[in-house]
Design a protein around this ligand. Sequence first.
Ligand code: FAD
Ligand code: SF4
Length: 421
Amino acid sequence: MLKRYPWTEATRLACHMEVLRRKPMLQRVFREFHEVLLHLDRRYFGDTPGARVELGSGVAPARDVIPDVWVSDVVWAPHLDLVADAHTLGRSRNAVLTESLARREACTRCGFCLYGCGYQAIYNAALELEDLRRHPALTYVPGQWAEHLDVGPKGPQLTTLDRRTGERHAWTAPVILLACGTLATTRLVLGALGWLDRPVRLLSQPSMGFALWLPGCLARPYPNRFFGLAQLSFVATSRAEKERPIMAGNLFLACAVPLWELTSRLPVPPVWGYRLLRDLVPSLLLGNALFSAAFSDHTVTLGQDGKLRVRGRYRPELFRCLRQVVRVLRRGFRRCGAWLLPGSVRLVTPGADVHYAGTLPHRRFPGPAETDVMGAVAGLEGVYVVDASVLPSLPAKAHTFTVMANAHRIAMAVYQRYHRA
Ligand SMILES: Cc1cc2nc3c(=O)[nH]c(=O)nc-3n(C[C@H](O)[C@H](O)[C@H](O)COP(=O)(O)OP(=O)(O)OC[C@H]3O[C@@H](n4cnc5c(N)ncnc54)[C@H](O)[C@@H]3O)c2cc1C
Ligand code: SF4
């Protein structure tokens, strides 16, 4: 048999499979073992949402007993769903409840994640508001649109427009923390600095989308229950970049996106697209990937008329990197048993990633239109910025958790500084 199967990692499974086929007792042992796994899974995980992945399935995958499990090994074989090495498998970072928490319900695997979670299982900062409003130190004034920022003898002053009544209010305080999002905060700060008609750099991450086909999942039925956010993530590194990630991405089940939306992306009439995708979708994965914002070349400029103008384009180096990344992905996913579908790779238009940042970057020694490491704007006493504007760079990864942690860091430091004073 070893003559027929020259001993390589790739042929090892085929060889073992032939051995197993001739040993009914061994097959029964595996079956019993999988039944124990199923029993333990039901007992300890119950209805816990998420995919079940069997690591190291070898030639006796647990799928025979646990039908919805994804079976994997460190080398590819046709009976496997994916190649997964427990040391390199990347879990996506999702802030989603698996158990109810106060008013929020646990995930029910309804699959609507990309369109808003009706159960509030996905974290949303707005969910904190109700508790915050009970804090005696907080006065919540909703519907205020920050229009104008100034720094006078009494400290910073923010003029807001009440969107319901159209009235303007001027708010003065020793400290104002701005968190209107990169573009709105930048407009306020550049206006207060009188930084007009002079462009400042805007960062955003070029991103691309693609589709993967898993032939091993072709005959799978549509899942009744599933989780629609990414569960697997990946990075591509480059030797030229000293093995630093040049791109990071996530994989989503294609059934998380409605069929009409998928068919609208195909270069065929919708009826054909529908027929084509209807049976394929359970075996499709959708991927997105973010590149470093160093490949973007955008600016924002506040004009004399008070309007913020955004100009953007990609740096030419991006396209060389994109080709390199597509090659890496095609090879890497192929080893995992997935095919990168030809024609599915799309680079989004500049800015469509909506990851805007870096206009008022943290600097140790901040100059004009920059902030110090605590977010204080140089030249505007008492004005702090806590949103994505202050990020000095945007590497190839999602940045919102970093923005949240940084805002928390600055707010705590400012509180302690002024509380002590
Ligand atoms: C569809 C979509 C998907 C995304 N997915 C991801 C993801 O998977 N991972 C990730 O890391 N990031 C993601 N992002 C990006 C992420 O949402 C932003 O980077 C992040 O929210 C930025 O935080 P921020 O505090 O700077 O601004 P924001 O979250 O935009 O907060 C600014 C707030 O200020 C309000 N505001 C604006 N102007 C004014 C004004 N003049 N006066 C008063 N209030 C004002 C806005 O209404 C908003 O509530 C996604 C963005 C979009 C649009
Ligand atoms: S699958 Fe998504 S939308 Fe549905 S409950 Fe879970 S987190 Fe919410």
